[in-house]
Design a protein around this ligand. Sequence first.
Ligand SMILES: C[S@@+](CC[C@H](N)C(=O)[O-])C[C@H]1O[C@@H](n2cnc3c(N)ncnc32)[C@H](O)[C@@H]1O
Ligand code: SF4
Ligand code: SF4
Length: 275
Amino acid sequence: MTVSGQSVLQIRELEISITSRCTLACDNCGFVVPHQPTPYLDDPISEISDSLTHLHRAGVRIASLAILGGEPTIDRQLLETVLRTVARIGIAERIEVVTNGLTPRGLSRLALHHINRLSVSVYGLGAEIRDLYRTWIGLVAPHVELIFRESDDGWDPWAEGVKVSQSRAQAMFDDCWYRRHCTTLERGRLFVCSRVAKLARDEEGLAITSSTTINDLRSYLSQPVALPSCATCTPMMGLDTVPAGVQPDDRIPRLEAKAVAWLTTAISTQQGRIV
Ligand SMILES: C[S@@+](CC[C@H](N)C(=O)[O-])C[C@H]1O[C@@H](n2cnc3c(N)ncnc32)[C@H](O)[C@@H]1O
Ligand code: SF4
Ligand code: SF4
């Protein structure tokens, strides 16, 4: 593909975690919370800005860029600044925030202004909070597509210590759904999938610098040989799924009650402003 003579590489979906912190502690979290490595080396804003700028200049375009964590709404200012930065660079056709929905106060109006889609993962959220989200988004950011991600079929298990042969690892890599849907950028590196990033296998990623070329990126993303991480990849082993979003305590109903109160006030304030 070329645009004005420049060769372009289209990435279907790129994920960027802005924090490893989370309000929940889901059993089998696919992003290994609470043991997720910090997704930046020093400063998240400048690292995300530099990496995306280098990718953009090299000729990368992203169809859908997802901002997640941990929980991306846990730090309102950080989320807003990251979204402003991503929008300014103009590398992504669509920007999405993926959240557990329990801290809506972390979504400022400016943050919502820069996103196209808000995906709320449903771990037992009731009908009331979903209705409140629909009303609130309809009032403050009607351009945003709001979706609720259900996990009725369960999650892929994230067990430790299971290892398959090299030939099986290669077959898993060849079939891998994740590497087609969750290319990941963190710590100044591109990773074929979020799992390698979350295992902090930085040597299996590609460092992104001002010298990175589109051919470097193509070679990395279309490498034919399985990575060392693939041999232990339980999500691709076809194991039985596990229940999604299971917590060690009652934190979901506690946080949900607070979120309901916050959304109710936000809606009534907003309705007051409109009147
Ligand atoms: C890791 S979370 C991060 C964003 C936010 N904390 C949330 O839960 O939506 C991103 C998405 O991964 C999904 N996910 C988490 N662990 C998973 C697993 N073991 N298998 C499949 N999907 C998983 C979640 O349901 C969520 O939609
Ligand atoms: S909400 Fe659950 S799935 Fe999302 S990052 Fe936190 S622990 Fe992981
Ligand atoms: S570790 Fe390998 S098999 Fe597992 S998700 Fe990543 S690329 Fe796919």
